[in-house]
Design a protein around this ligand. Structure first.
Ligand code: SF4
Length: 122
């Protein structure tokens, strides 16, 4: 999560929803489920969900760059519009991640993998 996500959610009154794991702030999981996921599998903070959730199923992999998460059951249905939106959001997330965590993104790899992803849309 980015600090903007945390600030935004706290300003809405949410507390105790994140923890630091492996050097990054992350949503708390309970029994493998996000703390904001309802028993009927709905996001309880959908309008305010973190940027990374908005970019999903696009994720950043250190070795491969931007990819569509192979675990997403809807990965084959992602539209070109979704891809463009997701890439924009993921870039915002990663720029903030760099600033917050002093973590270096390989922007050359990001660009190369993004071009590969959108090549089917051009
Ligand atoms: S969209 Fe994000 S915040 Fe909402 S339930 Fe899923 S992982 Fe949690």
């Amino acid at each position: 999560m980015t600090l903007s996500d945390i600030t935004r959610l706290e300003s809405k009154g949410y507390r105790g929803f994140y923890e630091k794991r492996s050097g990054f702030y992350r949503l708390i999981n309970i029994n493998g489920r996000c703390v904001f996921l309802s028993p009927s599998n709905l996001c309880l903070i959908y309008e305010d969900r973190p940027l990374g959730c908005r970019a999903y199923p696009l994720i950043y992999d250190e070795a491969r760059g931007v990819i569509v998460d192979s675990e997403c059951p809807l990965r084959s249905e992602i539209s070109c519009e979704d891809l463009y939106k997701g890439l924009h959001l993921l870039e915002l997330v990663l720029r903030e991640v760099e600033l917050t965590y002093n973590y270096r993104i390989n922007w050359g790899l990001f660009e190369k993998s993004a071009i590969k992803l959108i090549s089917k849309c051009i």
